[in-house]
Design a protein around this ligand. Structure first.
Ligand code: PMP
Length: 315
């Protein structure tokens, strides 16, 4: 099993990781002027296959977000997907991995702006386990940090510099002994966790904040909405009040890194019974089976990385 990454896609080629280096003068290092993605590939041991999950959707979002920062890349979603598959094959991973594409202002210049600067794109992948290791469910707190507003730094843009906001909230929560933070938007509604979207259950319906409440419109969020519809669970996209967190029947946070993590406590108040909720666990199991290509209905979302060893495995 490969335990470290040896290659990266950098300045147009797949190169040994040691060669994928940027200068301290790089514009994006100073101003956070880049956008990134987080993609996962999951190892299915019985099939001896690595499945990249929702590759195309991630690269579509990546290229859309590049537009916000005037980052013009000479790639389309298919091209970036192909490069990623090639990179994973070179690494020969036989474990779950996290793939990190980043597009950034690469000119070696001082001066804060987006125009008249070159852009580059890099991709690397690393073995990756649980992002929020909370086997008994996550304990969250409402952050004292507000979520950045769309008119300040668009949260939907997955912009590098914007993650200072997430980092402040995450570390504050961690230092207070919680697993993660929930941030309120400028208008006081619950936006999202530091790097995951939130669902709560009230009156048998799942509720999640709308895209317009300064969230990153997560790909996992969209998947959970689709699962819920397939399972006949009503979903409402609407603003969430802080106090609804304290009276929810069930709650969970979702994201590529986090997968689906039940929330068992918010600000020292138990969610439901204080144990991982039934719907949260149902969604978690369905998601983890889906990403490994185990659910025929959703198998098209999984791209096999290696030559197909399973006759039914063409995705
Ligand atoms: N919100 C934020 C702030 C994030 O960084 C992420 C992780 N990309 C998510 C939500 C979840 O998004 P996705 O499901 O697309 O990974």
């Amino acid at each position: 099993m490969a335990t470290r990454n040896r290659y990266a896609f950098f300045e147009g080629d797949i190169v040994p990781i040691e060669e994928a280096r940027i200068s301290i003068m790089t514009s994006a290092v100073h101003y956070g002027t880049g956008v990134f993605e987080g993609i996962r590939a999951y190892w299915n041991d019985p099939e001896k296959q690595l499945y990249a999950f929702h590759l195309r959707e991630h690269y579509e979002r990546f290229l859309r977000n590049c537009k916000i920062l005037w980052i013009d890349l000479p790639y389309d979603p298919e091209g970036l997907s192909e490069i990623t598959l090639e990179l994973l094959r070179r690494e020969k991973f036989e474990t779950d991995v996290y793939i990190r594409p980043v597009a950034y202002k690469s000119s070696l210049e001082v001066g804060v702006r987006l125009h008249d600067l070159d852009s580059e794109c890099a991709i690397f992948a690393i073995p990756f386990g649980e992002y929020i290791p909370a086997p008994k469910g996550a304990r969250l707190t409402v952050s004292s940090w507000r979520r950045i507003d769309d008119n300040s730094i668009p949260a939907r843009g997955k912009i590098n510099g914007a993650y200072v906001n997430s980092a402040l909230a995450k570390t504050e929560a961690h230092r207070k002994g919680f697993d993660d933070a929930l941030m309120l938007s400028g208008n006081g509604h619950v936006s999202e966790a530091s790097a995951a979207n939130l669902f709560i259950l009230r009156g048998g319906a799942l509720i999640t904040a709308p895209e317009t409440d300064d969230i990153l419109a997560g790909i996992t969020r969209a998947i959970i909405i689709e699962f819920a519809r397939d399972l006949g669970i009503p979903v409402v996209e609407r603003s969430i009040d802080r106090s609804e967190l304290y009276i929810a029947e069930d709650a969970f946070i979702v994201g590529t890194g986090a997968s689906v993590v039940p929330v068992v406590e918010v600000d020292h108040r138990a969610v439901g019974t204080g144990k991982p909720g039934e719907i949260a666990m149902k969604m978690r199991r369905l998601y983890l089976d889906t990403v490994q290509g185990k659910i025929p209905k959703y198998r098209a979302w999984c791209t096999p990385v290696y030559e197909c060893r399973d006759p039914e495995g063409a995705g």
